[in-house]
Unconditional design. Structure first.
Length: 109
């Protein structure tokens, strides 16, 4: 169940972060509400995930997945396509999360 909570936290964070640009510095009500509610939900569900997943591992997965997913969403919504070095960096981040998940003794399997 903890990984479901973590997935919901990631989706909420990606939604909130993606709405930041649309909020126009919090001058547009609906996108601003998406930001506030999204971050609130993200942190709430993250607290549920850390009940059983170590916080360092939770945060590594949450932030790593968030970085990649926000880059993908921003490419579609805002036409902000990452360049090759950015893509390589994101592949390295994903690789790090995979290494943590597969080989770390702190992750309960």
């Amino acid at each position: 169940m903890s990984y479901l909570y973590l997935t919901v936290a990631i989706i909420a964070e990606v939604t909130a972060t993606s709405a930041l640009k649309a909020s126009s510095e919090f001058t547009r009500l609906l996108p601003s509400m998406v930001v506030v509610v999204g971050y609130g939900a993200a942190f709430y569900f993250m607290t549920l995930a850390i009940r059983t997943i170590p916080i360092g591992v939770t945060y590594a997965i949450w932030s790593g997945a968030g970085i990649v997913l926000v880059a993908i969403v921003s490419a579609f919504l805002y036409n902000q396509t990452p360049d090759t070095p950015a893509i390589i960096g994101m592949v390295l981040i994903i690789s790090g999360v995979v290494v943590i998940h597969m080989f770390s003794k702190t992750v309960g399997h």
